[in-house]
Design a protein around this ligand. Sequence first.
Ligand code: FE2
Length: 554
Amino acid sequence: MLKNSKTGKIALSVLLATAVMVSAGSLSQAKADISPIVDTSAIADFALPNVTGSYNINVGVGSDPTELDFNWFTQSLGTTQIKIAPTSTMSGKSFPASAITQTAAQTAVTATESINQDETLLPDANGVAAVSNYQDNVFNGKLPAAALTGEYANKATVTGLTASAKYSYSVSDGKGNWSPIYTVSTLSANSVSFAAFGDPQIGAFDDSKGTAKSDPTGGHKSVTDDKTGWSNMLKLVTQNKNLNFLFSMGDQVNDYNYLIQPSNAADGQWYQYNYFFNPDATNNYIQDIPLAAFSGNHDHQMGEYYGYHYNQPNRSSLGATRYGNDGDYWFTAGPTLFIVLNANNYGTADHDQFMDQAVKANPNVKWKVAVWHQSAYSEANHNTSNDIEDPVLTIRNTWPKLMDKYGVDVVLQGHDHYYTRTAQMLGGNVINPVTGDPEILKDNTSSIPGTKNTNATYGTKEYPASVINPKGTVYFTLDSGTGSKYYNLNSGTNDSIGGSSDHSFSVVGWQGYVPSYSYVTFTDKTFTIKTYSTTDYTLNKQSLIDSYTISKTS
Ligand SMILES: [Fe+2]
């Protein structure tokens, strides 16, 4: 969703920012100076509901299967702690004397409201948006000041755990209040299975794209519908007995402007985070299963607020935006290295350096996976986008070179709310499934090599669903995991730099207007992804949309 139209309120800071940009002359001149002007008039007055005890509790994947990374919020300042022990050593609800008690790192939470990002990137001589001066999607010549929300983020990284083992834990708020006891399993060192979702985007509740067609809920009409959709999806995927963790492709929350919406005191990003972490009053999905999540353009819209919600392993300053707490991170599970990139910073230098570090730190992995939000090979609304928060063409033209450079096998993305599987891609070109070589357009005048080669378009049945030792990288864009918003196939013209939408990279495209997810498994020798849609959230009734397997024989 591009703008929050539901609030019906235009913030003062937005108007001021627009005025500054106009007076600064041309957009390109203004972009060359990336010193933000802090708009003190935009200091927010966060009047959040009072909460006693810990909330927004989540357990993140660790750096490897012997680690878990916990994160929770409190509204009390104090020595917050986690208590954790192997579940097998618990005596009912009593922790054994051998339980680990560890003090969390506590940080006062800040957020930034009402960030304006209406600008459009200007194309360079090749028709591609210039990124050299402009690598952070929140820069707009004016930066509303951050303000304290009255909350504290508590992070505890627990190491030295046993892989594939079940643990019980509880967290405290520093005032003597301990959470209920939750149970979570560490990941496996041998193989790994996870459920991946496109944008949950709690709070979007956009039913304008035909969601009512086949969704028994009749389309989402409130944030409660989004919350229920998320709960239903978690109920479904946790029926997979070998599920190790949950992977959300960014845009966990929707609101662009407010922690609490002026027009709806029960909605806004504050509530949307609550619903994302606890969509269900009787289940503790997010407390009981490790989660990996990252920033989308919507999460990013409340400034540094996003980064306080997650404890991410090996998080770097590389790839961060100006907020600093949203950089790239990596982790390993089973035979696989997962590299998480922040596409809100869409330059390449930071990500190149980060990938180099991550790959060098993990020389023995069998598979490399990269994930980010704003999809490179996108087929719906954002197929032709190249503006400040949707730098799709820029990413399509630059990031795949990094995937080639570091030998990434699989890329998972979100943002376009439309499922796409590409061909194997190398050098920006589709790989011919028969010859195994990239399809290179001989008279290619495109600035985006290969992706304009309509001769290289393969139908689903023409491209194998199972490949052995392929060259290049396969890219997936995942559709909505909650049903909060869907986009239609883009068959029109480019909305920012001219030209037609390009789908030559796509082998499978799907929009069913019902929630979907991908179940992914890596073993030493195989990668398997199966993508399912669902309307009744039981495993034996879900529908297989697509399946793809890569085998490695050496
Ligand atoms: Fe998005």
